[in-house]
Write a protein of this length. Structure first.
Lengths: 168, 764
């Protein structure tokens, strides 16, 4: 048994992926299993815990990040799929000196309560507003339909996205 | 307290906001500590079985495993439960639902812990599964607990319903079925438990009552309460679901066994399996009225499926029985409730606490009666709604309040306006309808229940005014409430404050963060403390500066003198006061008191009530039967608004949770097994399911002499939504909804029966 364990261990080590990422503007090099979930890499290896996990199956959007400019659920991305990617997490969302206008709007309009969906929601809103600075309500609905919030009933989130669109 | 109309403009940003919108704030399940292990809990393979043997040897040999625990490793009471500890921490002889824990593992990695779980060998003898609550009390049904399958029953009788039904002109009778709703807090149960060098433990896990967790863990670990520190805030949502212990005992036992920090963060599947749910209830109501619409008799039978263990099942049934008459004055009432054990998932505390189920039934009765009597549904309510000084629903005296008619009139006005707008609506493929409902909801735990509260103010060495409360921030905004009330009552600035909550090492006991009690209790605590604390700071400022006491007041940044030349600059700042004071410790004031209850000896009767009126407009797709909510407006009477942004958020959020309850949500079980396992089959409302604008009308007035201040609104916004939506469906299609969630199949059937779908031939 010990021998086979060693074999397995060696195999696992040899099969580790040399992962290169740019996360919030900084280069990151890691050795990880090729099938490791990107969300776990972000939270446990890079220690950016602003990205959350809630359903783990790509349904709730709590783990939303921008990968090469696109909105993705980081719980559904495996390490090998993310190699060489440019990633923005909530920690990389900033305004000039302080908060990003979307973050300001979420504060002012009550766009969060418990805050657990908020990083993903703000990332999704950012993806929308960067592509479409003046979205209609229907476009807001479509863009945020992959992000669940259990606290606000979405009222504050909708007001926040509308306000951010005006401010940006 | 003066009604604060100005508060409508007060949209204070929350103190926890910046940390949340930047992702910088750490939830307890985000924490990591050096040497930390990962814990996993092995739950039962069967909904009901006898355990023949448990063998952990293979699991212990998995590389990286640091500890494996079973019932043998529980040093104290192997059970938990807030009122009746009947849920085993780790099962020894029987398992009673698929969420029952049998063993737990801590390992160097999550993968190793998961692998070890698979290597725990448990032999079971499957037993007959009790899945139908209706049959739980039958003689041939096996007993799940030594005292039988009846957890609790409660009866309330007033007058003589049988005699009264004889004189009724119209009687409505219906059985309503309410689903098992999941809280679906976005952060699943999790955190880190650390063994301390002195032999104690620190528990970083969210809960709604840190001191209660400490008490329960002390029993389980056989460890003095003083040796246990509970850090219980912040949480990524709870809604009642994290009130009972969840992963804390396993984390603590594993951490003590391994001598290292242990993190457990449940996956959503594990959370679905083991977490509390709202009680599924079957409610039969028979309600009669005279020809003038006056309610004469109301007979109610409530059957609640409490699942495998007690938690707060008895109190929830009591609450449902109390609220079965809602805000109406009915001379003859007979309500019976039974809460029974089954092998289904454990049902327990959930926003609304039994009120949501009975309100759906009661308001359904009002609408059915109105139709029979040919009276407008809101007019029928108007003729029966309680007056300012009416007794409470259990015949107890309550704080005088006109909230019921206030919200009724407000929603009646909304309804007229919405109807006007609807006149011009035409769509061949869709049909719309409008419905309204009202409710009343008790705050606090009720008469005869321990319901203490407290708080503390002090000046810290750093010169901050520390406001300490034993509450937790689950997202509801208690931090914002504390900041608003403390700054307004003391006159200081938010920057002068240091708010401390959710840590048994640092805060006084304030009771549970439940039952819409937090806001009331913070306000009451400040009423009790503000003068004494102000006087102490002023006296000290006078002592230090030599300025006379009677011209000093607390202000933003420090203590000010009421003289022309010193208007803008404090005589002394709070930090100067802290550093120059010779006896800082005396600048502390604390208070202990109880949530106000009725003076009458009525078990579980409430004293402070809030009210809601809901207007729902729905649009039904005639091709698919899908119901979409177009309007969801609420009028709320809960005293003065502390912070309108927070208030509106609670009502909108509660409203949408009620929308989900009405139209989408059910944790389905068959034969004691969850069919719904994650958020792909348990659907909660998404942004596409909600109205983009929801009106919230706050009725802020309090009666003359009402000294109880603002009431909490954590629950009230969720309570009367489902019946308003059900009535709107009826308004559109003419079919009565008696089962939630509303099924598209049934609405489609109704569409076809009424031949609304005119371009399709309907078979005769």
């Amino acid at each position: 048994m010990d021998e086979s364990r060693e074999v397995v261990q060696k195999f696992l080590e040899e099969s580790l992926l040399h992962l290169n990422l740019t996360v919030n503007g900084e280069a990151v090099h890691l050795h990880v299993p090729p099938t490791a979930r990107l969300v776990d890499i972000i939270r446990n290896e890079i220690h950016l815990t602003g990205t959350k996990v809630s359903c783990g199956i790509g349904r709730c959007g709590a783990c939303s990040i921008l990968m090469n400019g696109s909105l993705v659920n980081s719980c559904l991305v495996m390490a090998y799929q993310a190699d060489q990617a440019v990633v923005t997490t909530i920690e990389g969302v900033k305004g000039g000196e302080g908060l990003h206008p979307i973050q300001e709007a979420f504060l002012e309009e009550g766009g969060f309560q418990c805050g657990y969906c908020t990083p993903g929601m703000i990332i999704a809103a950012k993806a929308l507003l960067e592509e479409n600075p003046h979205p209609t309500d229907k476009e807001i609905e479509t863009a945020l339909s992959g992000n669940l919030c259990r606290c606000t009933g979405y009222g504050g989130i909708i007001r926040a996205v509308r306000r951010a669109a005006e401010a940006m | 307290m003066e009604p604060m109309k100005a508060s409508l403009k007060r949209n204070r940003e929350r103190p926890d906001g910046p940390g949340k919108v930047t992702g910088q704030m750490k939830y307890l399940s985000d924490l990591a500590f050096p040497g930390m292990l990962y814990g996993k809990i092995k739950r039962s393979d069967y909904p009901h079985a006898r355990i023949i043997s448990i063998d952990t040897k293979r699991a212990e040999q998995v590389p990286g495993v640091a500890a494996v625990i079973t019932h043998k490793d529980v040093p104290g009471l192997n059970a938990f439960g807030i009122v009746i500890p009947d849920q085993p921490v780790l099962c020894e002889d029987y398992v009673r639902y698929t969420g029952d824990a049998v063993a737990a593992v801590a390992a160097e990695s999550l993968a190793a812990a998961e692998q070890a779980l698979d290597f725990i060998d448990i032999e079971y003898e499957p037993l007959l599964v009790v899945s139908d609550p209706v049959r739980s009390l039958d003689e041939e049904t096996p007993n799940l607990h030594p005292a039988g399958n009846l957890l609790h029953e409660k009866t309330y009788i007033k007058g003589d319903v049988n005699a009264a039904f004889l004189s009724c002109s119209a009687v409505a009778e219906e059985t309503y079925e309410l689903p098992r709703q999941m809280h679906t807090y976005m952060e699943t149960e999790g955190g880190v438990i650390i063994p301390e060098e002195d032999g104690g433990v620190t528990v970083y896990v969210g809960t709604q009552h840190g001191f209660q967790d400490r008490f329960q863990l002390s029993r389980i670990l056989n460890m003095p309460e003083e040796d246990i520190r509970i850090v219980s805030s912040p949480m990524g949502g709870s809604f009642g679901g994290k009130d009972e212990l969840n992963i804390q005992p396993y984390g603590a036992l594993l951490a003590l066994a391994a001598g290292r920090p242990v993190k457990i963060h449940q996956t959503r599947q594990e959370s679905v399996l083991s977490g509390l749910k709202r009680h599924p209830m079957k409610i039969t109501m028979k309600t009669g009225a005279g020809s003038n619409g006056q309610l004469l008799a109301h007979q109610v039978y409530i059957l609640a499926d409490t699942g495998a263990y007690s938690t707060l099942g008895p109190a929830i049934l009591d609450f449902a029985v109390e609220h079965a008459t809602g805000p109406y004055v009915i001379p003859n009432v007979h309500t019976e409730g039974q809460s029974v054990f089954t092998n289904n998932g454990v049902a327990g505390e959930f926003r609304g606490f039994g009120g949501n189920q009975v309100t759906f039934a009661l308001e359904g009765q009002m609408d059915r009666l109105a139709e029979k009597l040919m009276i407008d549904p809101l007019e029928l309510r108007r003729r029966n709604v309680r007056k300012k000084d009416s007794l409470g629903p259990l015949g107890q005296r309550i704080a005088p309040v006109t909230g019921a008619s206030d919200v009724l009139e407000s929603i009646a006005k909304h309804q007229e306006q919405t109807k006007d707008l609807l006149k011009d609506y035409t769509d061949k493929r869709k049909i719309r309808g409008i419905g309204s409902a009202i409710t009343m909801h008790g705050g606090g735990l009720g008469y005869g229940r321990l319901d203490p509260a407290g708080g503390r103010l002090r000046l810290t060495e750093e010169g901050k005014i520390e406001a300490a409360f034993g509450f937790e921030e689950a997202g509801q905004g208690i931090l914002g409430v504390i900041e608003t009330i403390v700054t307004e009552e003391l006159g200081c600035a938010a920057a002068d404050l240091s708010i401390v909550i959710g840590d048994t090492a640092l805060v006084p006991s304030s009771g549970s963060t439940t039952a819409s009690r937090g806001t009331s209790m913070v306000w009451q605590a400040l009423e009790n403390m503000k003068r004494a604390f102000g006087s102490k700071l002023i006296a000290e400022a006078a002592e230090v500066t030599g300025v006379q006491v009677d011209i000093l007041t607390l202000g933003r940044g420090g203590v000010f003198a009421n003289t022309r030349e010193n208007m803008n600059l404090p005589v002394i700042t709070y930090s100067e006061l802290a550093s120059q004071s010779l006896d800082l410790e005396k600048l502390t004031v604390s208070t202990e008191f109880d949530f106000p209850t009725t003076p009458d000896e009525v078990d579980a009767g409430h004293f402070l009530y809030t009210f809601a009126g809901v207007l729902a407009q729905v649009e039904i797709d005639l091709l698919t039967g899908k119901v979409k909510v177009i309007d969801l407006d609420q009028a709320i009477a809960a005293g003065p608004v502390v912070n309108f942004l927070g208030y509106k958020g609670q009502i909108e959020g509660g409203g949408v949770m009620g929308l989900g309850y009405a139209l989408m949500e059910e944790a389905i079980m068959t034969e004691g097994e969850y069919v719904t396992k994650n958020l792909d089959d348990y659907l909660i409302p998404g942004i596409g399911d909600v109205p983009f604008q929801m009106k919230v009308d706050a009725v802020e007035t309090l009666e003359e002499g009402d000294s109880y201040g603002p009431r909490g609104v954590g629950e009230i916004g969720s309570v009367a939504v489902a019946p308003a939506i059900a009535k709107a469906v009826h308004d559109a299609l003419g079919c009565w909804v008696n089962k939630l969630p509303v099924s598209a199949e049934e609405t489609l059937l109704a569409v076809n029966q009424r031949r609304r779908h005119q371009w399709m031939k309907v078979e005769k």
